[in-house]
Design a protein around this ligand. Structure first.
Ligand code: AHM
Ligand code: MG
Length: 346
């Protein structure tokens, strides 16, 4: 491709905005702010080892996990980028217990962030990512901003995406009209469009789940994973097992190659481990926009009515045929650990 045909993230966003004559440009600005913060985080992730920013800063986040220095750096960069442009009124981040009210109370948007997902992988130089999810703030007669304004189902996201800091830095986002993928060219410091309207294969030959937890899974999942491992050349089985332990990286591979990623409700995590609002909703929006599917077992992830900003959910996400198959197993073998029964009151 000649350079004249390269499209930067900025150009792409502005061209997309120009297709809507009435657009105010605020969402475009917000996406550009996230793109800028992502470049700064990417630079810091790449030099983490040499600047001694790597490692735990000694504090513990609200979920009791030790916080790595880079988590805090990413959190600060993203929040201050959003604060500067006065479009966002409130941010909810994995690194902050309560909601963070920004300086512009009148801002139109509420943003959820997982500033650095997969942080246990930082120290070992394995891919990590940032995730974002954007909602419109609901209109209220008195204009007051309430914490409950942030509790909206994923189906109401106006945009969502992720940045993967891997062998290259990749940004994927959707505003509900397909998924676009950009790659950071470090020589010019710009995200360049790699692909628009990405589609996930309808069926994939990779399953991705932490098999160390096998004994604490629901029966249907145990049977499904055995099915993935059985030999059946006609359907391409045995499937490959791949599990990075960074959801962004596992979902990015699933988006490109197809297959399924699973984090179930289990004995150890009776309501699932992953967070609905800043991990599962945005990544489900991306996967659905690419033609895939994401459910918690009984419901579409995007239709779950949230009760709290940090709540967990089980997730089965990926190519439609793989997700449908695991659902068949879960229906046929409905037994779940007692802990899961108790937590879900059924
Ligand atoms: P984090 O946000 O604290 O990094 O935790 C979320 C991560 C996901 O990226 C990943 O899919 C999952 O935790 C891995 O969990 P486990 O080690 O239990 O398999
Ligand atoms: Mg996370």
């Amino acid at each position: 491709m000649s350079n004249s045909k390269l499209r930067t993230l900025e150009e792409f966003i502005i061209q997309a905005q120009n297709r809507f004559p009435g657009a105010t440009g605020e969402l475009s600005q917000l996406l550009r702010d996230i793109g800028l913060a992502a470049k700064i985080i990417s630079r810091e992730v790449n030099k983490a080892g040499i600047t001694n920013i790597l490692g735990s800063d000694g504090s513990v986040n609200i979920h009791g996990e030790s916080v790595k220095k880079l988590d805090l750096f990413a959190d600060q960069q993203l929040i201050s980028a959003l604060d500067r442009s006065l479009i966002t009124c409130m941010v909810i981040s994995e690194e902050n217990d309560g909601v963070v009210r920004l300086n512009h109370e009148g801002g139109k948007y509420i943003v959820y962030l997982d500033p650095l997902d997969g942080s246990s992988n930082i120290d070992v130089n394995v891919s990590i990512g940032s995730i974002f999810s954007i909602y419109m703030r609901p209109a209220r007669y008195n204009g007051k901003l309430l914490e409950e304004d942030a509790l909206q189902p994923g189906i109401r996201q106006v945009a969502a995406g992720y940045v993967l800091y891997g062998s290259s830095t990749t940004l994927a986002y959707t505003t509900g009209m397909g998924v676009s993928l950009f790659t950071l060219d470090p020589s010019i410091g710009e995200f360049i469009l790699s692909e628009s309207n990405i589609t996930i294969p309808e069926h994939g030959k990779i399953y991705s789940v932490n098999e160390g937890s096998y004994n604490s899974w629901p029966e249907g999942l145990k049977r499904y994973v055995k099915y993935c491992q059985e030999e059946d050349p006609d359907s391409g089985r045995p499937y490959k097992a791949r599990y990075i332990g960074s959801m962004v990286a596992d979902i990015h591979r699933t988006l490109i190659k197809g297959g399924i990623f699973i984090y179930p409700a289990s004995k150890s995590y009776p309501t699932g481990k992953l967070r609905l609002m800043y991990e599962c909703n945005p990544l489900s929006f991306i996967i659905e926009q690419a033609g895939g599917m994401a459910v918690d077992r009984k419901r579409r992830i995007l239709e779950i009515e949230p009760e709290s900003i940090h709540q967990n959910t089980p997730i089965y996400i990926g190519s439609v045929r793989n997700v449908e198959k695991v659902m068949e197993f879960l229906e046929k073998y409905p037994e779940v650990p007692d802990e899961v029964k108790k937590a879900t009151k059924n």
